[in-house]
Design a protein around this ligand. Structure first.
Ligand code: MRU
Length: 352
């Protein structure tokens, strides 16, 4: 991604430091946060300094690599195992996190000596980041075929550059189509409670000069009913092997409205998001976050200073599931780096 003329990935590693775009500051301020050790990187994942399934995965891989670099001589295995446990406990839903931790641990195990293990861990974490970028780019190329000149796409949450190392998934086809010269319009759901649509997707689309309008989450059905949405594309945090899809809370409602209005509903995700061990969406762990996120709204005042406002009577109780599951029957197709498949044919993507 290019910000003010400079190319960035969302998360990257320099020496033993993991660097990431500080997402809670967006769209008001662009800054990079440095995580000096695996504990800081794990905390940054937990606190959503970096977020989005792909970016979480890449950061998690780097955190385990950091632990390998930090580990005392003679104590690498125990140190890294403890670090991997810490990273795994940060966020429960994004499959990419577990996929990346396991891949780096596998590389460590195969390496033999401690010195070789340290090098192998960093190399594997870098390979994961590169795979994330190339899968997202391919998703963009394949998904762009679904977009004609003038297509009006609705998206939910942020599955763009900021949710991956680069390019994104749901937004990648839009970026690719736009670079091929087609005009695409995007309806951006604000995505309560953390407002990833308003803060991140709207910011990204602005950087890419793609025409868009921000809407309240509960306006999506209205625009679908009025014939103003041609296609829905969302990302995913975990896909069960029967094609059920976990994504940001509110996605299921968009899928129901899309079906009621005969609008195609696509999910864009790399194959690393598929949890082959998970039979159906009922088994996908759904993160429950602090009720605080529902009870207050955070933003900036006219002078750019952070402000927050309580929006419910004091003492109101709230629930805050971060994801929901869209049943496979409501999904038209899953756009992966290996092709666009119907949920019923997901098994075709399984490597022998
Ligand atoms: O809670 P977040 O912001 O980490 O949520 C993840 C997401 O960004 C979405 O669910 C997204 O649509 C899919 S992840 C690329």
């Amino acid at each position: 991604m290019r910000v003010a003329g400079i190319d960035y990935r969302t998360v990257w590693m320099e020496g033993g430091t993991v660097r990431m775009i500080d997402q809670p500051l967006l769209p008001h301020r662009f800054a990079v946060r440095d995580c000096a050790d695996h504990r800081e990187t794990a905390a940054a994942i937990r606190d959503m300094v970096t977020r989005g399934a792909g970016a979480i995965g890449v950061a998690a891989g780097y955190a385990v690599a950091q632990a390998a670099l930090e580990a005392p001589a003679g104590g690498l295995d125990g140190y890294v195992a403890e670090a991997a446990g810490l990273v795994r406990a940060t966020r429960p839903t994004a499959q990419n996190l577990f996929y990346c931790v396991d891949r780096v641990l596998g590389a460590l195990r195969r390496a033999g000596t401690e010195d070789a293990s340290r090098l192998a861990a960093v190399a594997e974490a870098e390979a994961l980041a590169a795979e994330d970028v190339s899968a997202a780019r391919r998703i963009g190329e394949l998904g762009a075929a679904l977009l004609r000149d003038g297509t009006r796409v609705l998206t939910h949450c942020n599955a763009g550059w900021l949710a991956f190392a680069d390019w994104g998934t749901a937004l990648a086809p839009i970026y690719a189509a736009s670079r091929q010269g087609r005009r695409v319009f995007v309806w951006v759901d604000e995505t309560r409670p953390r407002l990833q649509g308003a803060c991140l997707t709207a910011w990204e689309l602005g950087q890419e000069r793609i025409e868009h309008a921000l809407i309240a989450d509960n306006a999506a059905g209205h625009f679908m009913q009025r014939g103003e949405v041609d296609l829905v594309i969302v990302g995913s945090d975990r896909i069960a092997r029967n094609g059920d899809v976990a994504n940001k809370i509110g996605t299921y409602e968009k899928a129901v409205c899309a079906r009621d209005n005969g609008i195609p509903f696509y999910v864009a995700a790399p194959t690393s998001t598929i949890d082959w061990g998970c039979a159906s969406g009922a088994q996908i762990p759904i993160e429950e976050r602090s009720p605080d996120e529902v009870l207050r709204v955070r933003g900036r005042d006219g002078a750019g200073a952070p402000v927050e406002a309580f929006i419910a009577p004091s003492g109101t109780s709230a629930r805050n599931p971060a994801f929901d599951v869209t049943p496979a029957r409501l999904v038209t197709g899953i756009i992966t780096e290996r092709g666009i498949v119907s949920p019923a044919r997901l098994g075709d993507l399984r490597r022998p």
